[in-house]
Write a protein that binds this ligand. Structure first.
Ligand code: CP
Ligand code: NVA
Length: 302
């Protein structure tokens, strides 16, 4: 079993499906009001270098449900924020807590932290990946549709951290994925190559309509991610035509589901109408961050 949860490609299908099984168990127990204190007396340190609503609240609430405690650290208030080397912070934090969740910019930084940390490290989003989100997303699809691994998934929009993680997921889980991004905003070439080498069934296009045709799961994300705020206007131009609206949804499977990791810019990358439609499973998706991450933490820190 891997020690850290930094990238989906580090995990096998069997291991990830085991996490889903535990997720179902923990979710049922929570809904039934049954105790499930698998991490009694344990502490999670949460280091945030970027904003968050869902990630922070779901990890913190999740630790509480599991009988443990979560510690919120905004990097600006830590010595790391003043330039203390990652390896020093990592080695000290590991002496206080039983696991660390990090939201930061570079994947390299989180990997360096994990290298020096003797306790498990969980990726709560980097510029490269958002693995906890994709686990919650796939678990949500599996609740709404049979045979979640046999559906056709489609990514419309930016080739960002979410897109990269979907590509990793396609390689591990074996589902068909279509990725539609504007020219110049394609996903990471190395991630695509690794997925191709692993035999992933991925089709890349610059045409969102082609990608959406008959697809069962439609997915998008903001056009400018955290850290790209100054590119917002230029991106809005490049991404015109990549909106998930009812017109695009009408090309997909009539029973397709629509997902968004949130926060969403309504009427930009996705219309308000789609978000409020019967296709959207966006709030189940947000809720499942809690359940999936509890299973991830219990797996790594239990
Ligand atoms: N989807 C997600 O990670 O949300 P937050 O940025 O609010 O944590
Ligand atoms: N791609 C977005 C995801 C937010 C959860 C970002 O990195 O800002």
């Amino acid at each position: 079993m891997n020690k850290d949860f930094l990238c989906l490609s580090d995990w096998s299908l069997e291991e990830l499906e085991k996490i889903f099984t535990l997720t179902s168990e923990l979710k049922s127990k929570q809904k039934a009001g049954m105790p499930h204190q698998l991490l009694e007396g344990k502490t999670l340190g949460m280091l945030f270098e970027k904003s968050s609503t869902r990630t922070r609240v779901s990890f913190e609430a999740g630790m509480f449900h599991l009988g443990g405690h979560a510690l919120f650290l905004a990097s600006g208030n830590t010595q790391m924020g003043r330039g203390e080397p990652i390896k020093d912070t990592a080695r000290c934090m590991a002496r206080y807590v039983d696991g660390v969740m990090i939201r930061t910019y570079s994947q390299q930084a989180i990997e360096e932290f994990a290298k020096y940390s003797s306790v498990p490290v969980i990726n709560g989003l980097t510029d490269s990946y958002h693995p906890c989100q994709i686990m919650a997303d796939l678990f949500t699809v599996s609740e709404h549709r049979e045979n979640y691994r046999e559906l056709t998934y489609c990514w419309i929009g930016d080739g960002n951290n979410m897109a990269n993680s979907w590509i990793n997921a396609a390689a591990v889980f074996g589902f068909a994925l279509r990725v539609a991004t504007p020219v110049g905003y394609e996903p990471d070439a190395e991630v695509c190559k690794r997925a191709a080498d692993a035999g992933a069934k991925i089709f890349y296009t610059n045409d969102p309509r082609e990608a959406a045709q008959g697809a069962q799961v439609l997915n998008t994300d903001v056009w400018a991610s955290m850290g790209q705020e100054e590119e917002q206007q230029e991106r809005a131009k490049a991404f015109a035509g990549y909106q998930i609206n009812m017109d695009l949804v009408s090309l997909a499977d009539p029973d397709c589901v629509v997902m968004h990791c949130l926060p969403a810019h309504r009427d930009e990358e996705i219309t308000d109408e789609v978000m409020e439609s019967r296709h959207a499973i966006i709030y189940d998706e947000a809720e499942n961050r809690l359940h999936v991450q509890k299973a991830i933490m219990a797996t790594l820190m239990g």
